[in-house]
Design a protein around this ligand. Structure first.
Ligand SMILES: Cc1cc2nc3c(=O)[nH]c(=O)nc-3n(C[C@H](O)[C@H](O)[C@H](O)COP(=O)(O)OP(=O)(O)OC[C@H]3O[C@@H](n4cnc5c(N)ncnc54)[C@H](O)[C@@H]3O)c2cc1C
Length: 457
């Protein structure tokens, strides 16, 4: 039986879990994909849909969904980590708006495929609230709303709710207002990745588990003392990319941690609201995010766990007690009515952040090397768009998707150590300080501007 992660989502999967054999001989395929998370699986899905005879091998060091795809917050959102201004600067205004609209459409595409392929992902498209809990956060909420309005988006996409309107929907403490988008669904992320794995196998792809790629070069990957020759090789390793030879500084593995409560009573939920399973966050600098699960728990997460020297990744880093405690404290601060409930699960995992916080989809036709990732914390929806785009690139289709500005985008490398360690953990400390000052003294520090600069905005 496949090993599990600590995440709530794995506990909720129907048992027994599927396990797949490792690679045991050399292979020759059209497309070899490294990593069986959403990116790799979506790419295989769209390739096989358009070209059913392709021979595809997906090589996974652990098991399908072991990475962020099986343990995330379950926000299937239209969030894209690059702002409209920056996209427009690299292309033009129309492309920036179109990219945002493609992200809207992507949320619905995930649902469409889940329905078509009969994958029950516990989908509920209730939208998402970014709540404001002090005056500075309120200004951020209003300016985010105004920003999208200025770019021509309407009330069906984004809304601003005042204090009373917000409280009637999500009864968090100190709420002053909220920014709302309808383009977000709450899902069970592990059900999506497991379901996709089974679907692409039915379509003809082969998945090898417990098969760690130790090296790859044009048309060849090395794994378990075997090799796979392929016309195209796709690097879909996201948070683990920096472990691959030659990729150490391509992205930084930043840990995001989560907790889940026991299922909460109807009485508690009638106090809290979130009736339509809307996801929620606020405007603090050290990000938090939450959802009401289908079985009526809170699944709640946030950043704040330390970055580890030289981009080190270890299972034990998923369990950082101070961060898990802080998450619970924050959740109770938001919704004191849950102060006596049990936390049933604590987990975490790495996601990938590039030096300019920009994701990419790329293909080098000469070498056949392709890649997608760098989604920061917004990969549930974005990986679907990436998979569709990669498929079009590989099949040489001149679609709209391959004209978007993230195609073949190159982020500069992260700094060498110890500057990377000092920079990332220093930034994290500054974000905590900024939140403390904003909350306690009610004024914005220059730190926030600095943080935005560091994010490339
Ligand atoms: C705690 C947490 C919460 C998050 N919450 C959200 C959210 O609510 N909404 C959202 O949009 N995004 C969220 N994200 C981000 C999102 O989950 C990811 O962006 C997305 O899952 C990335 O999918 P992927 O397939 O690119 O990467 P992954 O799912 O990480 O898959 C990469 C796979 O590659 C495998 N691999 C790595 N190295 C090798 C190798 N050498 N050989 C073979 N296989 C290898 C790994 O085992 C892994 O299975 C969150 C991430 C985390 C960690």
């Amino acid at each position: 039986m496949t090993k599990q992660t600590n995440s709530l989502w794995w506990d909720l999967l129907p048992k027994p879990l599927i396990s797949r054999a490792p690679i045991d001989s050399n292979k020759e395929v059209d497309v070899a994909i490294i990593g069986a998370g959403y990116t790799g699986l979506w790419c295989a899905y769209y390739l096989l849909q358009k070209s059913p005879n392709l021979k595809i091998a997906i090589v996974e060091s652990s098991f399908v969904g072991f990475g962020a795809s099986g343990r995330n917050g379950g926000w299937c959102s239209a969030l894209f980590p690059v702002g409209l201004e920056k996209i427009a600067k690299n292309s033009n205004k129309e492309t920036a708006v179109r990219m945002q609209k493609l992200m809207f459409e992507t949320v619905d595409e995930v649902k469409k495929v889940a329905d078509t392929e009969s994958i029950d992902i516990e989908w509920q498209k209730g939208g998402s609230y970014s709540i404001a809990r002090n005056q500075i956060q309120l200004k951020r909420a209003m300016s985010e709303y105004q920003h999208f309005k200025d770019w021509g988006f309407g009330e069906s996409d984004f809304q601003f709710f005042n204090q009373a309107e917000t409280k009637s929907r999500i009864n968090a403490t100190q709420v002053l207002g909220s920014f709302y988008t309808s383009h977000c669904a709450a899902i069970n992320p592990a059900k999506l990745v497991q379901g996709l794995g089974q679907v692409v196998e039915k379509m003809g792809a082969t998945i090898y588990e417990n098969s760690k790629v130790t090296n790859f070069s044009p048309h060849k990957i090395e794994v378990n003392n075997r090799h796979i020759n392929a016309k195209y090789i796709i690097n879909a390793t996201e948070g683990y990319r920096s472990n691959l030879p030659g990729y150490k500084r391509s992205s930084a593995p930043i840990y995001s941690l989560m907790i889940a409560t026991e299922p909460l009573s109807e009485k508690i939920w009638s106090d809290i609201g979130i009736k339509n399973r809307e996801t929620f966050a606020d405007y603090r600098n050290v990000l938090i995010y939450g959802q009401r699960t289908k079985d009526n728990r809170f699944a709640f997460g946030g950043r704040g766990a330390p970055y580890h020297f030289n981009s080190s990744i270890k299972d034990k880093y998923d369990m950082h007690e101070p961060t898990h405690k802080e998450l619970l404290r924050t959740l109770i601060e938001l919704f004191p009515v849950i102060k006596d409930v049990k936390v049933t699960h604590s987990w975490g995992g790495p996601l990938a952040i590039t030096r300019d916080w920009a994701p990419h989809v790329s293909l080098d036709f000469k070498t056949g090397l392709a890649s997608a990732g760098g989604y920061v914390g917004d990969g549930v929806g974005t990986s679907n768009l990436a998979g569709r785009t990669l498929a079009d690139l590989i099949l040489n289709e001149k679609s709209e998707l391959v004209t978007m500005s993230w195609v073949n985008h190159k982020s500069r490398k992260w700094d060498v150590e110890p500057f990377r360690y000092i920079g990332i953990n220093g930034t994290l400390k500054l974000a905590w300080i900024a939140d403390f000052v904003e909350e306690r003294f009610g004024f914005k520090t220059l730190i926030t501007n600095l943080l935005n600069k560091l994010k490339g905005n």
